[in-house]
Design a protein around this ligand. Structure first.
Ligand code: AMP
Length: 409
């Protein structure tokens, strides 16, 4: 990870000296990737949409900026952390106390199954940070035992899990109690459309950060690479697809590549959809939903558009084009073999991309199996019409051939 070698210490992230001392005392010397990316932006007050699993260091990624902003505001800034389970709540409180305790940070833990009186006492102490599960926090709000009208930083941790557990209405109720001007930090291991919807409705231009679940992803995936000429990629794809009956996610490097490939696959009789940044959010959500429900067997995507998509049971990931950065390879193939299922990843590389493959192998600490190209049959992609349409739309209006006018009413 290039950026980590460039900035390998918390000192460079704008962390205050007192907090640095505490971090070093606990032997937190080097920020993890999610910390490296989140801390400066969160200290700046930006909204963050972080895709990261437990174990990546995400608690301190939001915990450090939260503590520092509260300390610098002399206690006028208040924080709220909403998360799905008691276990996680306890863990997060523990981490916050470790770093914030010596600075006088007060926390209140409002979780189900715990003594109410103790929680009310903690609320009466005017905590700087409330750490809560949605159900119990709503109980306190409904009984007017707690007020969130001074809350200016909200963290939603493990948002996907909260939604899986059916907490969406509770979250909405909670957010309605928080002032509209606030900083939102949302962390989720995956980014299903429900989480994106929450992000859309609660955040302003969030910084989107994703970290791979630390090398582990690549391990359960059967990986192979074909060296193939550019003009034979489609023929190879057409030869491979019938061997797999399940869902297939295909990555192309450019938006145009995605559009063209989706078009050609449809001509081949495949049920294919596309996602890339030229499509509206609605179109992307529709494509994803259709892919999840099996309406589309194939989804063709660019890296950016596919970040965090959570579709279980993808049988095959195809790198039609290799990714620009080796890290993206891990994100891409992490889409298959989810939830303990086995998965396949097939990469198409051209003969001048041997070094790219070597870099990927170095990152995943694994040799990718080299497969022999089968006998290929030329397949007509029928894309002449696609190219015609594209060149028509690229022309300025006055360069386009005039439409025949009809004078008939
Ligand atoms: P989390 O993903 O926040 O649950 O953190 C996972 C584990 O990583 C916890 O045990 C943390 O104490 C530890 N951890 C978090 N940040 C760092 C760091 N920068 N250096 C070393 N360990 C860390």
């Amino acid at each position: 990870m290039q950026h980590q070698t460039r900035t390998a210490r918390f000192d460079d992230l704008g962390v205050a000296p007192k907090i640095l001392q505490i971090l070093y005392r606990h032997k937190f010397n080097t920020p993890t990737p999610i910390q490296w990316k989140s801390i400066p932006a969160a200290l700046d007050g930006k909204d963050i949409l972080g895709i990261a699993q437990t174990g990546t260091g995400k608690t301190l990624a939001f915990g450090i900026p939260l503590i520092q902003r509260i300390a610098q505001s002399k206690g006028t800034t208040k924080g709220l952390i909403v998360l799905p389970t008691r276990e996680l709540a306890l863990q997060v409180e523990d981490t916050l106390k470790k770093i914030g305790g010596p600075l006088g940070l007060r926390t209140a833990l409002l979780i189900g199954g715990e003594d109410m009186r103790r929680q009310i006492r903690a609320i009466d102490q005017h905590p700087h940070v409330i750490i809560a599960t949605p159900g119990r926090l709503n109980d306190h709000l409904a009984n007017k035992r707690v007020s969130l009208n001074q809350t200016s930083i909200v963290v939603l941790d493990e948002a996907d899990r909260m939604l899986d557990m059916g907490f969406a209405p509770q979250l909405q109720r909670i957010l309605a109690h928080v002032p509209a001007v606030r900083q939102m930090l949302l962390f989720s291991a995956t980014m299903p459309s429900e989480v994106l919807n929450i992000a859309q409705s609660t955040m302003s231009l969030p910084l989107r950060i994703e970290v791979a679940p630390m090398g582990s992803t690549a391990q359960g995936v059967d990986q192979e690479v074909f060296f193939v000429k550019n003009n034979e990629k489609f023929d190879l794809l057409a030869a491979i697809l019938p061997e797999y009956k399940g869902s297939v996610l295909i990555f192309c490097r450019t938006k145009h590549g995605v559009k063209k490939l989706a078009y050609a696959l449809k001509n081949l009789g495949e049920r294919a959809a596309e996602i890339h940044s030229n499509r509206s959010l609605r179109q992307r959500l529709d494509a994803l939903e259709g892919f999840k429900l099996g309406r589309h067997r194939i989804l063709v995507a660019t890296d950016i558009a596919a970040r965090g998509i959570d579709v279980k049971e993808i049988q095959l990931v195809i790198n039609y084009d290799l990714p620009e950065k080796p890290e993206d390879y891990v994100h891409r193939i992490g889409r298959t073999a989810r939830a303990g299922l086995s998965g396949h990843a097939i990469s198409f590389a051209t003969s001048n991309q041997k070094r790219d493959i070597a870099q990927i192998e170095k990152l995943i600490k694994k040799v990718i199996r080299l497969s022999r190209l089968p006998m290929l049959k030329k397949v007509d992609q029928k894309i002449s019409k696609f190219d015609e349409q594209r060149s028509f739309h690229r022309k300025k209006r006055w360069q386009r051939p005039l439409k025949k006018r009809s004078f008939r009413r």
